[in-house]
Write a protein that binds this ligand. Structure first.
Ligand code: SF4
Ligand code: ZN
Ligand code: ZN
Length: 325
């Protein structure tokens, strides 16, 4: 027998029978979660979005009540959403502090747009924003490295250089600010892509991504959006009036990650829920692999690394020596 609720499910939008919100049972849904069949109205969607981030933080113990959190913000929608959600969650933890850090890689005018938006949002939320550029820290910009053909000579694509050096720049700012933790806006897709990339590159030391890993004199990096899919972040940003970045990075299509991203997007569309299935299975396997207690340090900068000299220092040294010639 059909329930009264299912009899109400008669509203049709663009040929789909959307019915009413699965959570409140009253309002019209605006979002259909394909892997679970749940339909949510905008109010319930926003509540559910925040709840999921809160659950992720508590399930993996990502943040502490008295953390000094530095949020890595690029000005893209993912990091702006993270900043806003952490700002809301932080209201319940008066002993914690929230700061934002932005790294300017020096990619022509790409960052200018996003930096303007970022400043506006950080100001509105009364969050201190700290900036650091590749030029100030390393003495060159990513744009110069690509245009002068140095990236090609090193056999590296711009995203590899960018990712490694941005990560180091972020740790540098976080240390200057006395942070106890760095929060990044890596999403479900980002985490799965990185695991797959590590597997395909045959990396030996694959570590859990975005989970709190404590070690002496190491600032842990956590990813509170690691269970949130990108399309839900985009919808949340839209509903909250968070602007989308209008420019795309000119180097985005040069990466292997871009190919993996395209593959996973199609795969997850065809088989909804497969990203969660992969993440859960992969992390169960990772849990069984013992992680070293001792942290090896880079001989140059002292940051943790599996090598004698960390990848960032190695890249910076190679770029500087090519710039001299
Ligand atoms: Fe850096 Fe690549 Fe992202 Fe551009 S697309 S900002 S080069 S990681
Ligand atoms: Zn609802
Ligand atoms: Zn180093």
């Amino acid at each position: 027998m059909r329930s009264s609720k299912s009899r109400m499910n008669t509203r049709s939008v663009r040929g789909l029978n959307l019915g009413v919100c699965s959570s409140c049972g009253k309002r019209s849904p605006i979002y259909f979660r394909r892997y679970s069949g749940v339909k949510l109205c905008s109010t319930c969607f926003k509540e559910d979005f925040i709840k999921r981030v809160r659950r992720t933080i508590s399930r993996y113990e990502l943040l502490r009540y008295d953390d000094r959190i530095v949020v890595a913000v690029s000005g893209g929608k993912d990091s702006l959403v993270l900043l806003k959600v952490l700002y809301e969650l932080e209201q319940d933890f008066p002993k914690s502090e929230l700061l934002a850090a932005s790294i300017d890689e020096g990619i022509d005018s790409y960052r200018l747009d996003s930096l303007r938006t970022l400043k506006k949002i950080a100001n509105a939320l009364h969050i201190e924003l700290h900036e650091l550029s590749f030029k100030d820290l390393y003495g060159f910009t990513l744009g110069e490295v690509v245009k002068l053909g140095i990236a090609k000579k090193l056999g590296l694509n711009p995203c590899t250089i960018c990712g490694v050096l941005r990560r180091k720049a972020l740790v540098t700012v976080a240390r200057r600010l006395g942070a106890t933790v760095i929060a990044t806006a890596h999403t479900l897709e980002d985490v799965v892509q990185t695991y797959l990339l590590n597997l395909l590159r045959g990396e030996k030391n694959i570590r859990p991504i975005g989970l709190r890993r404590e070690a002496e004199d190491v600032i842990p990096r956590v990813a509170p959006l690691r269970l949130t899919p990108q399309r839900e972040i985009a919808l949340y940003a839209y509903l909250e009036g968070i602007p989308f970045q209008s420019k795309t990075c000119p180097y985005t299509h040069e990466s292997m990650r871009d190919e993996i991203r395209n593959f996973l997007t199609l795969y997850d569309y065809k088989y909804p829920g497969s990203l969660y299935a992969f993440l859960n299975m992969f992390e169960r396997i990772l849990e069984k692999i013992p992680q070293p207690d001792e942290v090896n340090r880079c001989e140059i900068c002292g940051e943790p690394t599996d090598r004698r000299i960390c990848r960032a220092c190695e890249i910076v040294l190679s770029i500087k020596s090519l710039l001299k010639n």
